[in-house]
Design a binder for this molecule. Structure first.
Ligand code: F6P
Length: 341
């Protein structure tokens, strides 16, 4: 078989580990050939390819980013996009595609699969918000980076008696904020799933100062106040219709300063959470996903996404995998609330 591989959407640590596993097993065990498509769906849309053999994947296991490049190109939104992809796959002699991506990339994979393209999906996102898999690779790395940042913020916050706000990624799901906030001993964690009460946040801040300890507030970029209680800003949309986020931490700092009279400052971790080398957990998960993905392609088991269930790697339908976002359940948030204030 000749198999195309692409990485789409926001990058995350572990993408290269998947590509390496797919190619290593595909070539050495099954004797397949590979072609890399550059920059997510833009690659097959424009027929932009690169060689992908064992030599090309040497040394990339610990490397962040993706050797294939990525983009948020949405071929479904482009007139004749699906047909162009089908024509380009035929022209490059590609029998099947392995698409590594999050909800948007895999949503496109599902639609292509429904229109006759042979696709296997691999879930990636630092957000860990894909239903169908217990964990996505990239999440553990992002949580570790955010936890280290929170640890460092604690010591400087205490020296200066400041409230420090740490804004982490998480558009619709607060998994990074929840895990990093719990691991880092945050004073309060704010997530998109639960609109926050600014009065209560300020109470937590003040109670932490009363114990002569400085509060660290961990806020997911998609968190928002209960409607009408605080002004927030909105930004422009991307090709999948998502607002560009970032800024809630700054808004929160101003409000906390105004209401408590304490100095409050914000650190936005942003893309630092997505860059650099993956943790050992993410390298292993990504490698196991890659091995299962090439097995599925070899078996002709298309329209599937590989997934982690417990400690097993299984295959689930792309429709099931992309049906809904996996958000933080109230009971998980309640565990963290025990430590607020
Ligand atoms: O989906 C992954 C993610 O990192 C989100 O947490 C974040 O909202 C978004 O991507 C940022 O995307 P971009 O890098 O395109 O600004």
């Amino acid at each position: 078989m000749r198999i195309g591989v692409l990485t789409g959407g926001g990058d995350c640590p572990g993408l290269n580990a998947v590509i390496r596993a797919v190619v290593r097993k595909g070539v050495s065990v099954y004797g397949h050939e590979f072609v890399g498509f550059r920059d997510g769906w833009r690659g097959p849309l424009e027929g932009d390819t690169m060689p992908l053999d064992i030599q090309a994947v040497r040394g990339i296991l610990p490397r962040g980013g993706t050797i294939l490049g990525s983009s948020r190109t949405n071929p479904i939104k482009i007139e004749g996009g699906v047909d162009r992809i089908k024509d380009n796959l035929a022209a490059t002699g590609v029998d099947a595609l392995i698409a590594i991506g999050g909800e948007d990339t895999l949503g496109v994979a599902r639609q292509l699969s429904e229109r006759g393209v042979n696709v296997v999906g691999v879930p990636k996102t630092i957000d860990n918000d894909l239903s169908g898999t217990d964990y996505t690779f990239g999440f553990d790395t992002a949580v570790n980076i955010a936890t280290e940042a929170i640890d460092r913020l604690h010591t400087t916050a205490e020296s200066h008696h400041r409230a420090l706000i740490c804004e982490v990624m998480g558009r619709h799901a607060g998994w990074i904020a929840l895990h990093a906030g719990l691991a880092g001993g945050a004073n309060v964690i704010l997530i998109p799933e639960k609109p926050f009460d600014i009065d209560l946040v300020c109470e937590y801040v003040e109670s932490r100062f009363r114990t002569r300890y400085s509060p660290i507030i961990v806020v997911a970029e998609g968190a928002h106040p209960i409607e009408g209680t605080m002004a927030v800003q909105t930004g422009e949309l991307d090709a999948f219709g998502h607002v560009r986020l970032g800024g809630i931490g700054e808004v929160l700092a101003k409000e906390i300063e105004k209401r408590t009279g304490k100095e409050a400052r914000t650190t936005v971790l942003g893309h630092i959470q997505r860059g650099g080398t993956p943790t050992a957990f993410d390298r292993v998960l990504a490698t196991r996903f890659g091995l299962q993905a090439i097995d599925a392609a070899h078996d002709g088991d298309f329209g599937k996404m590989v997934a982690l269930r417990g400690t097993d790697i299984v295959r689930v339908g792309l429709d099931e995998a992309t049906a809904e976002l996996k958000t933080v359940p109230p009971a998980r948030y309640a565990e963290a609330e025990v430590f607020f204030g």
